[in-house]
Design a protein. Sequence first.
Length: 213
Amino acid sequence: MSPTDLHLVAHAHTAALRRAVFGGGGEGLDRGGLAAARALAGTGPGRRGPFGDRIDACLSTPAEAGRQTAYALGLRPTAEPGLADCDYGRWTGLPLAEVVAREPDAVRDWLGTPHAAPHGGESVESLLDRVGRWLTGQRDRGGRIVAVTHPVVVRAALVRALRLPVAVFWRLEVAPLAVVRLTGRGPEWLLRFTAPALAERPDPDLAERPDPG
């Protein structure tokens, strides 16, 4: 079986995400987010963005922002519960600034203690475990998979795939429409950094010149 080539895509902007609202991916994309997703789709062969010509499966968070992003990329997503946003409990729908003002101690606890869930939802540790189980299920699947999800889930996937310390979770920034490529080989995941297709084409005028580096 061929290795699993997994492209994790953070959904595009929503109005709530721009306002740093907990659970901001629960609503549809705003105009700018939709335009950006469509522009990304137009950068690759066959209007598949940076994913190449063949895509064997497209999975997405059940949230509206993920599904709309997938459709804007020209894909037909299947909802995947394992890609759902973090459960922020009673903070869901509230701006971060408002929660910090009302519950500063609770926010500090949540940011500083991986198993803390002062909002009554998922702790960071629980999120990492859920996403880690989902990754394990994809590793031996084979083929090229595009998974559209929330920035926080992409962050969790990187921590678990690369077996990073939990503290690294808060040091990873994932922008809307960021694409992370992981390749499953045996029991491990490899993080792959690839150049755009145009960058891989040699310039005939430079072919015979010595490498200055």
